[in-house]
Design a protein around this ligand. Structure first.
Ligand SMILES: Nc1ncnc2c1ncn2[C@@H]1O[C@H](COP(=O)(O)OP(=O)(O)OP(=O)(O)O)[C@@H](O)[C@H]1O
Ligand SMILES: [Mg+2]
Length: 259
């Protein structure tokens, strides 16, 4: 695993009295994920991407994301970080080159298969995308509800995660009444709750103070320990410097890998 030298708990924060361990627990599913030979979770080969008739935002981008790996995606504003995450999420198509996700090359894939692949991903969008007509609790529980699980089987889990991200008092509130940082934490909880195979997080600590940012990073590291491959797009050097992880750096349309 690429995750080394992180400092979970180094800030000594424990706002909700949940102890040193985080709220995510190992399950049979995550255990089975950790065994067996697997190919890359994501593979790009000479990918180019332009919006409409505009210039190429990404050119000749090639990389692999390995199972259970942890990496940052960084580069200046407008470099193409969100675009690269959208390509992985299959919400935009490459203009050229090959994109494979969970071993499936995605050009020409059916929309039913696309939905199946997307369900294996948890996403924290840069603009959160919470559903305004559902409470914070209902937003976070949604991925489990979509799986067809009964509320009694997940309620305690959702409440624990909400408390851990400091939203215990806000869980029955509709998202329009949350602050930017509260929305961001709700979006993170929703992305993590179903323990996806791949987590894509776009600037997930952009709206919170540094100590809360470190607490949220602990959650991502914990999820990674349980087997999820994690990609965090960020400008935040404080966050990046606290984990010895691979950095994917975008500049001038090209991708460079460090570490
Ligand atoms: N829907 C779109 N239509 C046209 N151009 C777009 C679209 N989305 C992004 N772009 C352009 O593509 C480039 C890359 O944008 P992108 O959002 O991927 O950057 P980013 O690295 O995520 O930036 P930031 O750090 O500000 O979030 C920018 O020049 C942007 O203006
Ligand atoms: Mg972006």
């Amino acid at each position: 695993m690429a995750m080394r030298g992180g400092h979970p708990g180094a800030d000594g924060m424990d706002r909700d009295g949940t102890g040193a361990n985080g709220p995510l627990r190992e399950t049979a599913t995550t255990k089975s994920l950790l065994s067996g030979a697997e190919g890359p979770v994501v593979q790009f080969e000479n990918v180019g991407m332009r919006y409409g008739l505009g210039p190429e935002v990404l050119s000749d981008v090639s990389f692999r994301i390995q199972p259970h790996s942890f990496q940052f995606l960084t580069g200046p504003s407008g470099a193409g970080k969100t675009t690269l995450l959208r390509l992985i999420l299959l919400s935009v198509r490459p203009t050229r080159g090959l994109v494979s996700v969970f071993g499936n090359e995605v050009s020409g894939i059916s929309s039913a298969s696309l939905t199946g692949l997307r369900r294996r991903m948890g996403v924290v969008f840069q603009d959160f995308r919470l559903l305004d007509h559902l409470t914070t609790y209902e937003n976070v529980a949604l991925p489990l509800r979509v799986q067809g699980r009964a509320e009694t089987s997940y309620r305690a889990e959702v409440v624990e995660l909400l408390r851990w991200v400091g939203l215990g008092e806000r869980m029955h509130v509709l998202p329009p009444l949350l602050s930017g940082g509260e929305k961001q934490r709700a979006a993170i909880a929703r992305a993590l709750i179903a323990r996806p195979d791949l987590l894509l997080a776009d600037e997930p600590t952009g709206n919170v103070d540094p100590s809360l940012g470190r607490r949220l990073l602990r959650l991502f590291l914990e999820l990674n320990k349980l087997g999820t491959s994690v990609i965090i797009a960020t400008h935040d050097f404080g966050i990046m410097d606290s984990v010895d992880a691979r950095r994917m750096v975008i500049g001038d349309g090209r991708l460079r890998i460090e570490g």
